[in-house]
Design a protein around this ligand. Structure first.
Ligand SMILES: [Zn+2]
Length: 385
């Protein structure tokens, strides 16, 4: 779920980086990356030029299939990962306790996501905040502090492991405080850091994501299956600390941050990619009947409530791409232009950055998918999606 999406401004395709030579990689100090950073900082590399042999090695590495390290990526030196340090830290907001969406006084732990890229282990730390007592910053009753446990952090870690590093590093913080009405919200940067905590790099979640099971939910154009985890009839709470669950709903939220930061190149630009546009983006809703307005929807949850833009449509497609092979194939069949955003075409390399599918890296997948019950046909699964 997100908040708004207008007409898209200039689309920015992000050029692929060149892999660094091994010596440069080893010499590169890890860029400082804290959860309070508003925008990713460019990593600093050793200024010494590599010799020809090392340069060739870098070029050769870049030519191999798979994800490669590049200039716009960064790695944290170390994380205070919840698996080795479960002490709850207390966050003091430098802007004080009254920011919109603020989380001053909440507790937090860190989740480390790591993987080897071009022969070096890379790390990314995400802070996960929650109220320490029974009330969130809006003084509403919440139960997170009583229920949160290692299985919750594990769900976040397993989900973040599915996506390219360039996407992963857009996610700086997760706040579990029941502020979203549904499962989650991933707002764009409001550019008022002293008054508003929404920075385009933070996701707010509802505790029901961890405590409930997959279920039907009402969207704008019918009912869709809310995939809290990849398996039906299972919930995160009560799982062992090393469970294998991931959250397609969280993938959807990450899809919003990727929309702003990777596709648009700005945490404060919420416009959606042309391939996912709805009539609100094209400004022709008034000319279309209900079925025609519904036609570009990936699922029944394809526009924000009160908006007719395709922000949610894109986030659903993002979920499809990283959830499982059945929905990745469905994306290629149903929305080839959006599939090409991930996989590239003749002129663009695609935002998946060559990363192998999660299910080919031992991270599991959703088997098949539940088709939407579409309003246009009396809430029946009348389409192949
Ligand atoms: Zn959304």
């Amino acid at each position: 779920m997100s908040l708004a999406c207008g007409t898209r401004k200039a689309a920015q395709s992000v050029a692929p980086g060149t892999a660094r030579s091994p010596r440069q990689l080893l010499a590169a100090p890890a860029a400082a990356s804290t959860s309070s950073a508003a925008a990713p900082a460019a990593p600093q590399f050793d200024a010494a030029p590599p010799d020809a042999g090392q340069s060739l090695a870098g070029d050769a590495a870049a030519a191999l299939p798979g994800e490669h390290w590049r200039d716009d990526l960064r790695s944290d030196e170390s994380c205070r990962d919840y698996r080795t340090d479960y002490a709850l830290s207390v966050y003091t907001d430098p802007h004080g306790p009254n920011r919109k969406y603020g989380y001053d006084g909440y507790g937090y732990r860190e989740v480390e996501v790591s993987r080897e890229i071009d022969g070096i282990l890379r790390k990314h730390c995400v802070r996960v905040y929650h109220p320490r007592d029974g009330k969130n910053a809006q003084k509403r009753r919440v139960h997170v502090a009583e229920h949160i446990g290692p299985a919750w952090y594990r769900l976040i870690e397993r989900t973040l492991s599915r996506i390219p590093w360039r996407h992963l590093q857009q996610v700086q913080a997760v706040v579990i405080d029941d502020r979203p009405l549904l499962h989650g919200v991933a707002p764009f940067n409001r550019q008022e850091p002293s008054k508003d905590a929404r920075d385009g790099h933070t996701i707010w979640l509802h505790e029901r994501l961890f405590e409930g099971m997959n279920h039907w939910a009402s969207g704008n154009y019918g009912k869709y299956w809310a995939y809290q985890v990849q398996l039906d009839g299972v919930k995160v709470e009560g799982q062992a600390a090393d469970h294998e669950l991931f959250s397609p709903v969280l993938l959807h939220e990450i899809g919003h941050l990727v929309n702003y930061n990777v596709l648009n190149g700005s945490a404060s630009d919420p416009t959606c990619p042309p391939c996912a546009q709805m009539c609100g983006d094209r400004k022709d809703c008034g000319k279309l009947d209900a079925a025609a307005r519904e036609a570009p929807c990936a699922t029944a949850y394809c526009t924000g409530f009160g908006h007719e833009s395709g922000t949610e449509n894109w986030a659903e497609m993002y979920r499809w791409y990283y959830q499982g092979s059945a929905t990745r194939d469905l994306l290629a069949r149903s929305f080839p232009a959006c599939s090409a955003v991930f996989e590239g075409n003749g002129s663009s390399p695609g935002i998946n950055d060559g990363l192998a599918a999660p299910w080919d890296r031992g991270l599991g997948q959703s088997e098949g998918y539940h088709r939407t019950l579409w309003s246009s046909c009396q809430e029946k699964p009348c389409k192949d999606r």
